[in-house]
Design a protein around this ligand. Structure first.
Ligand code: FES
Ligand SMILES: [Fe+2]
Length: 383
C-alpha cells in the first residue's frame, strides 16, 4: 500500500454533522468529522494522550473530543483543550495529531494520505461527466476481501471478460477468441488501453438499455463494443464501455485499501443513456451482478496479494496491461511511498506500537508523538 495518494474514506451522506466516523485505510485508523462550517476533516484516529480512539468520541464546538478524557482536537489536528488542566490552561506543543487534506466530491469524502506538499501531490482522479447535462451518476459501494492490487489487475484485464462475465463473453467457447494486440497508453499517473471487442451482451429483460441497442431476435446485442480501462495511481481506475455511438458507461472506481487484503470500492457509475432516476436501481443491480462475478474470482486468488516478482507466474501478451500497472507500482515503491506492511503488522501484533500516516505538516513541524508508518527502503522514517 502506498502513501501520497487520495483515497476514498466515506460516502458524504454517511458523515453527519454531529457524530464522528471511524474508518480504516492503508491499515491505519482515521477519524472523520464535520467542523463548525460543515467542512469534512480527517485526522489520525489515535489520541496522543493515552491512545483513545477519537472516532469513538463526540463533536464539541466543531472539534472532535476524545471519548477517554475529553481532549479536543480541531480540524488541523491541534489539541485546543485539555479538560483535566482546567479552563484556559496552555496546551503542550506535542498535543497534536496528523491532519490530512480532504476533498468532498462525487458524493464521497476523499483524504490525501501522505506528506507531500500540495504542488507535488498526484491529483485525485477527476470525473468530468459528474453533474453535467446528459449524464447520470450512481454511487455504489461494496466490500471485497482481496487486495487492491488484485482488484485493479482484474479490472484492467482484457482476457477475463470472456470467461468471468457470461453476458460479456462466450464462456471461452468461441473458436476465434483471442485478445487483440494491446496498445498501452501511458498517462501521468498510470496506464491503460482502449479496445474493440465482440460481445453478445444480453440486453433482454433486466437491462435498462433494452430497446436502445441493435439486437438479434433473442435480444442479444449485435455488434462491437469499444471498451477500455486506465488505472490512476495504485487504487483508482476508470473503465469506459461504449456499447453504441451514444450509449456509454464510464465507471470511476475509487478503491479504499482497508488493509492489504481488504478493499471498500466506491464506484461512481456514469451513464449517458436511460437517464431516468427510476433506472438507477436497475443500473445498480446490474453493476452488483457483474461485480459479484469478479468478486467470486478475486477473493479466491492465491497468493492473496500480487506476487513481488513474475517468477511465480507465467505471463503472456494479454497480460501486458497487468505488467504496465506493476511497473507503476514499482516506480512508487522506488519513490519511497510503499508502506512496509510486514513491519507494521509485526509491531501491531506485539501491541506495543502505533503508527500514523505522515501528514503534510510533518515536512515543516517537529514534535510528533506517533511514529510515522515505516516505508519500504526508508528505514530512517521520522517520528
Ligand atoms: S486518551 Fe484521549 S484524552 Fe486521554
Ligand atoms: Fe470483470
Amino acid at each position: 500500500m502506498y502513501i501520497n495518494f487520495w483515497y476514498p474514506a466515506i460516502a458524504s451522506k454517511d458523515l453527519s454533522a454531529d457524530q464522528p466516523a471511524r474508518v480504516q485505510i492503508l491499515g491505519q485508523r482515521f477519524v472523520l468529522f464535520r467542523d463548525a462550517n460543515g467542512q469534512a476533516r480527517c485526522l489520525s484516529d489515535t489520541c496522543v494522550h493515552r491512545g483513545g480512539a477519537l472516532g469513538k468520541g463526540r463533536i464539541r464546538d466543531g472539534n472532535v473530543a476524545c471519548p477517554y478524557h475529553g481532549w479536543q482536537f480541531d480540524g488541523s489536528g491541534q489539541c485546543v483543550q485539555i479538560p483535566s488542566m482546567g479552563a484556559n490552561a496552555k496546551v503542550p506543543a506535542r498535543a497534536k495529531v496528523d491532519a490530512y487534506p480532504v476533498a468532498e466530491k462525487y458524493g464521497i469524502i476523499f483524504a490525501f494520505l501522505g506528506d507531500l506538499p500540495e504542488a507535488e501531490r498526484p491529483p485525485l482522479m477527476e470525473c468530468p461527466e459528474y453533474g453535467t447535462e446528459g449524464w447520470r451518476a450512481n454511487l455504489i459501494i461494496f466490500d471485497v476481501a482481496c487486495s487492491y492490487e488484485r482488484s485493479i489487475e482484474n479490472g484492467m484485464d482484457p482476457a477475463h471478460n470472456e470467461f468471468v462475465h457470461p453476458s460479456h463473453g462466450f464462456h471461452g467457447k468461441r473458436e476465434d477468441f483471442a485478445v487483440p494486440d494491446i496498445e498501452l497508453e501511458q498517462q501521468d499517473w498510470g496506464c491503460g488501453f482502449m479496445q474493440t471487442f465482440r460481445s453478445h451482451e444480453r440486453v433482454a429483460r433486466e437491462s435498462p438499455t433494452r430497446g436502445k441497442m441493435r439486437t438479434d431476435k433473442d435480444g442479444n446485442f449485435q455488434g462491437e463494443v469499444r471498451a477500455g480501462t486506465w488505472h490512476y495511481g495504485p487504487a483508482a481506475m476508470l473503465t469506459k464501455i461504449h456499447m453504441a455511438t451514444h450509449n456509454w458507461m464510464h465507471q470511476y472506481m475509487y478503491e479504499c485499501p482497508i488493509d492489504d487484503r481488504n478493499i471498500r470500492v466506491f464506484l461512481v457509475n456514469m451513464r449517458n443513456c436511460v437517464l431516468e432516476s427510476a433506472a438507477d436501481k436497475q443500473v445498480e443491480d446490474r453493476c452488483r451482478v457483474i461485480a459479484g462475478q469478479d468478486i467470486e474470482i478475486v477473493e479466491a486468488l492465491q497468493p492473496t496479494k500480487t506476487p513481488p516478482a513474475a517468477i511465480r507466474e507465467v505471463i503472456v501478451a494479454a497480460d501486458s496491461v497487468i505488467v504496465g500497472y506493476r511497473r507503476w507500482l514499482q516506480k512508487w515503491t522506488e519513490l519511497g511511498w510503499r508502506i512496509d506492511t510486514r513491519k507494521v503488522r509485526r509491531a501491531q501484533q506485539e501491541g506495543d506500537a502505533v503508527f500514523a500516516i505522515p501528514s503534510p505538516a510533518r515536512r515543516t513541524e517537529k514534535n510528533w508523538a506517533l511514529e510515522a508508518v515505516p516505508l519500504v527502503g526508508n528505514d530512517s522514517a521520522t517520528g
